[in-house]
Design a protein around this ligand. Structure first.
Ligand code: SAM
Ligand code: SF4
Length: 338
């Protein structure tokens, strides 16, 4: 079988699966306060449909699968999906991105089902601020979730923070310092325009360079480290630190040249690039009797149309503020699977 290679010689071996567009939080940078109109259950791919797509993708060389959303833990019986994906020949790495609110309840079960590791989104260690950023989340739930993930062996545990100017940027130092005594990976994700008008505010955007400068000045120099599976993160270590600090710089540094991923939205659209509107529908073919060869053709087609890169940072200075339409991804992040 010819592996999934795109027109720019990138081998695609990573599939991000959004299993739901629903979420139990309303993070200010991701969702409007009123939430999003959820898709009907019948519009969402069933677990059986997802498993079938992953099976074909694995035959074409996909090795890594990440379950995301929306909030994946709001979907019922997720451990069934996990155990089924884990059994697919070729899948070597099965992970999940979660806000951690329900992780205390499910970590053990998911680990037993075959989940390898989790990334947990946590934007503040201050309970009031956490509640404000997530519009209602309880920090203690996430902290319990982290503990449960640790106990369940879901490692390496990665904590993701989106620093926003004037909101939680004063915690960049604290997050970075945590790597001194903890083996967790603390990762800073640059704020991105996510498709929901009103969540993007250029004034709140902080570049990776600025974050590094803050850490360098307040704590000490960052030494680059090469981890086995880096993905789009660039990793660094503070002197003597147990853990590492990662930066995901979608806007300030293109990592398109190294992009090895494909996304599947919860209603069955293949999305070759987070920042491009190009989508290929898999749900209709699946529901009208497409055979595996047709699914393979559509997977290959989505790789063939994968753009070489996005150019949204070229237009950074023109990014509109809240209340105005922007031309970047029109699909909100929870509907793509960030
Ligand atoms: N609900 C889960 C969570 O929060 O981890 C998974 C889905 S969420 C869309 C996946 C990741 O996207 C989270 O780490 C979140 O912080 C990030 N994200 C969402 N909106 C973003 C934005 N506008 N800019 C940067 N990162 C964003
Ligand atoms: Fe929900 Fe995750 Fe978006 Fe927050 S970042 S609103 S937890 S989907």
């Amino acid at each position: 079988m010819i592996p999934l290679e795109d027109n720019f010689f990138r081998v695609i071996d990573y599939l991000r699966l959004s299993v739901t567009d629903r979420c139990n939080l309303r993070c200010v940078y991701c969702m409007p306060a009123s939430g999003l109109q959820p898709f009907d259950h019948s519009d969402i791919l069933s677990y059986e449909e997802i498993i079938r797509i992953v099976r074909v993708a694995a035959r074409l060389g996909v090795r890594k699968v990440r379950i995301t959303g929306g909030e994946p833990l709001t979907r019922k019986n997720l451990s069934f999906l996990v155990s089924s994906l884990k059994k697919i020949e070729g899948i070597e790495d099965l992970s999940m991105t979660t806000n951690g609110i329900l992780l205390d309840k499910y970590a053990q079960e998911l680990s037993a089902a075959g989940l390898d590791r989790v990334n947990i989104s946590l934007d503040s260690f201050n309970p009031d601020r956490y509640r404000q950023i997530t519009r209602g989340g309880d920090l203690s739930d996430v902290l319990r979730g982290i503990e449960a993930a640790e106990k369940a062996g879901l490692r390496p545990l990665k904590i993701n923070m989106v620093p926003l100017r004037g909101v939680n940027d004063d915690e960049i130092e604290q997050f970075a310092r945590m790597t001194l005594g903890s083996e967790y990976h603390f990762r800073f994700i640059e704020f991105m325009p996510s498709g929901v008008i009103d969540t993007w505010e250029p004034g709140k955007y902080i570049t990776t360079e600025e974050m590094k400068e803050i850490i360098g000045k307040k704590i000490g120099p960052l030494t680059p480290v090469k981890l086995r599976k880096n993905g789009p993160s660039k990793y660094f270590r503070l002197q003597g630190a147990k853990g590492v600090i990662g930066f995901i710089s979608a806007l300030s540094h293109h990592f398109c040249g190294e992009c090895n991923r494909l996304r599947l939205t919860s209603e069955g659209k293949l999305r070759p690039c987070l920042f491009s509107e190009t989508e290929i529908d898999l749900r209709s073919p699946l529901r009208t009797g497409a055979d595996d060869a047709e699914i393979e053709r559509l997977l290959r087609l989505s790789i063939a149309v994968k753009p070489e890169g996005h150019n949204i940072n070229a237009a950074m200075s023109e990014l509109p503020g809240p209340g105005r339409q922007h031309n970047f991804s029109k699909r909100p992040m929870p509907r793509i699977g960030g």
